[in-house]
Design a protein around this ligand. Structure first.
Ligand code: ADP
Length: 487
């Protein structure tokens, strides 16, 4: 089985969020199961810098507005998975993030940047007139809106081609742009239709993918249901419900080696499920490093997150003060909306011994908070899968979560019944509001003060198999079912 895995970010080459983690891990897990996988990614500077053993594979000509791009073949630095990077300096080599300029505004030419990614992916997926010739995939696996146009190109190519799968990692990002882009990107005008890629007077990359892909997956079973409802569907629920029988919810795994408290190089001490002593030292080191009072009894509440409405941290800000008065500490790492950043920073100024706020992106600190905190706070309003709650489970830092998407599928509430069954791993809020968050934190604190029960909850989470193997097998089943269908 040959799989072309198309993505706009992949850890450790480039990362802004969970998509990068998935794109770093899933292809490696598929390869482990015997699949022949290649990643296709834009050639941002950091991608070109970090690729191992890279060399020019071929030049692809005839791209709308761009002309030619070079295809560089290299390998992932850690797993060795083959990567094809699209080298086009005018599109991809610039300061800023993959999607935003240095002042946080979306790049104006994003439709061209990711339209080009989608187009190249489609050409590499053709079974006739393939520009590469030497490596022709059975499956093209697109991810989120950035590669949403690939299935449209394939549909209108009228050529034999790979079957397409679209994975929705977050339906919030629809990739909507002015309808002019349909022509500019060389798409057939008839595709711009309500039954096509038109979305309320604009073109939507994601809708295009949802409409034309042969199969759709999303990153948790609960989210697969939620996106077919008005509450979570962002106007796409009708189309998604119409394709409901082709939508598969597969919970993401986590990279068990990268996120392992027994071997994590970012931690002051190692620990594991049989020996939690080291976690206390990690907490002490974190408190010292962040300038918090080094008090082992103070419950340390950790947050690592984008600071956006989705993540619900305004609810946490609203209830933080009473928790601080009860002796809690807070260690937050994240960035995003100015108002939330300012709110947390003010809190840190008022309670310097108890609150540490780090604005920005910091990989080592994210590991240190995940390990050094006692409780992880993740009250997302919606969460397609979420990885941080799983990192919390892995690091013996029980998460407090809302009952939505992948949070509902990966965290089991702690109560007398689940404690008895040995399944309790965290705390699930009854409703997504500040009051219920506070109630859940109080429930967690009550157990925290009873070390025997608390360690049981920690150990239950740390013993969970959260690796990629199970999910990769589910993806392979979908690929196999598609390739067995005759054209
Ligand atoms: P999302 O993709 O919606 O942002 P996820 O929980 O699926 O949320 O994944 C977020 C990923 O990004 C995790 O690996 C998390 O550790 C990481 N992350 C988020 N914010 C930061 C930050 N400020 N510094 C370092 N890592 C971060």
């Amino acid at each position: 089985m040959r799989i072309l895995f198309v993505t706009s970010e992949a850890y450790p080459l480039i990362k802004t969020g969970g998509l990068a983690d998935v794109s770093g891990s899933l292809p490696a897990a598929l390869q482990h199961l015997g699949a022949d996988v290649r990643i296709l990614i834009p050639g941002y500077q950091s991608v070109l810098d970090k690729l191992k053993n890279s060399h020019l594979l071929t030049t692809i000509h005839g791209l709308p507005m761009v002309g030619s791009v070079e295809l560089i073949l290299g390998e992932m630095p850690d797993t060795g998975v083959p990567v094809m990077a699209i080298s086009c300096p005018s599109l991809y080599q610039r300061a800023g993030s993959p999607y935003l300029d240095t002042s946080g505004r979306e790049w104006e030419d994003n439709p061209l940047r990711f339209g080009t990614l989608s187009q190249v992916a489609a050409w590499l997926s053709l079974h006739e007139d393939n520009p590469l010739g030497s490596w022709i995939p059975d499956i093209v696996h697109c991810n989120d809106w950035q590669s949403g146009l690939t299935p449209v190109h394939l549909y209108y190519s009228n050529k034999k081609c790979a079957k397409s799968v679209l994975s929705i990692h977050n339906l919030l990002f629809l990739g909507c742009y002015s309808a002019d882009w349909v022509k500019r990107l060389g798409l057939p005008t008839e595709s711009y239709h309500m039954n096509g890629l038109e979305y309320y007077g604009q073109m939507s990359f994601l809708k295009a993918g949802i409409y034309y892909a042969d199969s759709i997956t999303t990153v948790s079973p609960t989210y697969a249901h939620e996106i077919q409802t008005a509450e979570y569907g962002f106007g796409m629920q009708g189309l998604l419900a119409a394709r409901g029988h082709e939508i598969h919810g597969i919970l993401n795994g986590i990279e068990m080696n990268e996120w392992n408290p027994a071997t994590d190089p970012h931690l002051a001490n190692a620990y594991d499920v049989t020996n939690l002593e080291g976690k206390k030292q990690v907490k002490h080191a974190l408190q010292t490093q962040l300038g918090l009072a080094p008090n082992s009894d103070s419950p340390l509440l950790g947050v690592v997150s984008r600071l956006t409405h989705q993540k619900g941290l305004d609810m946490f800000l609203a209830v933080a003060e009473p928790l601080l008065h009860q002796g809690c500490q807070i260690a937050l790492l994240g960035g995003g909306e100015a108002e939330l950043e300012a709110g947390f920073k003010q809190l840190a100024q008022r309670y310097p011994q108890q609150v540490s706020v780090t604005i920005g992106y910091n990989e080592p600190l994210s590991h240190q908070i995940m390990a050094g905190a006692d409780i992880f706070i993740m009250p997302s309003r919606f969460e397609p899968c979420g990885l941080n709650q799983m990192y919390g489970l892995r690091y013996g830092t029980p998460p407090i979560v809302t009952r939505t998407g992948g949070l509902a599928d990966s965290v089991q509430d702690s109560n007398p019944i689940t404690l008895q069954e040995g399944t309790a791993t965290g705390f699930v809020m009854v409703a997504p509001d500040a009051q219920h968050l506070l109630t859940s934190i109080h429930r967690a604190l009550a157990y925290f003060r009873e070390p025997r029960i608390w360690q049981k909850i920690q150990r239950n989470g740390m013993s969970r198999d959260l690796g990629w193997d199970r999910s990769a097998k589910a993806y392979l089943e979908i690929y196999s079912s598609l390739t067995s269908i005759a054209d």
